[in-house]
Write a protein of this length. Structure first.
Length: 299
């Protein structure tokens, strides 16, 4: 049975909305779990376990999409490798910066990936830059300034700087998806990025490793499973609904992050950072709703 899609005059399937909301909850859980252990383990190790325990959902996603066909057939080995390296940098930098920044602000800053795509895509893909997208980028970067609030001690800027650098690499990862997308579907992209990233970060454990306790190993396993489950749910949601309609639901993870941050660590969001978050989310939604294909695969 073909996947149902929406059109301007068609109601959005409730299943797609439910799957998207569930996916965003999963990704917020991933971020909260990561924040709870970032002080105990190096970022490369957290990234490794995130990929290792996310491998099973990635294999399931690819197997369902391929329906008995060759699981790993691709023409873009180099592009998959380049995207995986960008993804490793994205996750590693995010996990490294997460310990220094309130969870809600960290997640909001990570979503600036969409804005960096606007800036970097014309340079990498030789594509045009629309005025509306440029205006959205300016508004979004204004939001970044409000969230980061520069002017404090240098140490206070370390976390935001790491997460913004993570967003830049995330944008490069998205741009690679645009190169691979015409021939390799989302499930294959997710599988290759998970496999390659697990292998590369596994090698990195030779240089930075902290043996996890049994309890922390459970957290790391849950982190990977939650991320993989989020990928499955997001992919299914996009399969049954239009990206432009589902895009606003993508940012409900910030609501969950704010709630988790308040309950678990007593974090609160001031008026100025809140305004910055709203500007970042609003500008990112405006850009995402104009797109016709999903760029984010729930890393």
């Amino acid at each position: 049975m073909p996947a149902a899609t929406t059109s301007p005059g068609t109601a959005l399937p409730l299943r797609s909305v439910a799957q998207m909301l569930a996916a965003m909850f999963c990704f917020a859980v991933v971020d909260a779990l990561a924040k709870s252990i970032t002080a105990h383990y190096p970022a490369n190790e957290i990234t490794f376990f995130r990929m290792l325990f996310g491998l099973a959902p990635a294999l399931l996603l690819a197997a369902r999409a391929r329906q008995g066909g060759p699981l790993l057939r691709t023409r873009h080995w180099r592009a998959h490798l380049e995207r995986s390296i960008a993804l490793i940098a994205t996750l590693g930098l995010f996990f490294a910066g997460l310990r220094y920044v309130p969870l809600s602000e960290a997640v909001a800053l990570a979503y600036t990936e969409t804005l960096f795509v606007i800036v970097l895509a014309p340079l990498v893909l030789k594509s045009g830059l629309r005025r509306r997208e440029l205006l959205a980028a300016v508004i979004g970067f204004t939001g970044i300034v409000l969230v980061v609030r520069p002017g404090g001690a240098t140490a206070s800027l370390l976390g935001p700087a790491l997460i913004l650098l993570s967003a830049i690499f995330g944008a490069l990862s998205v741009i690679q998806i645009k190169r691979i997308g015409p021939t390799d579907d989302a499930s294959l992209i997710v599988l290759y990025s998970t496999l390659i990233s697990a292998g590369v970060t596994g090698i990195s454990l030779l240089f930075a490793w902290q043996t996890p306790s049994f309890g922390h190993l459970g957290i790391l396993a849950l982190l990977g499973v939650a991320a993989g489950t989020g990928q499955l749910l997001m992919t299914s949601a996009f399969r049954h609904g239009e990206v432009s309609v589902l895009a606003p639901f993508n940012y409900t993870s910030i609501v969950w992050a704010t709630l988790f941050g308040y309950v678990l660590w007593g974090e609160s969001v001031g008026l100025v950072p809140l305004l910055g978050i709203l500007l970042i989310v609003g500008s990112s939604v405006a850009v995402a709703m104009r797109r016709k294909e999903p760029d984010q695969l729930g890393v």
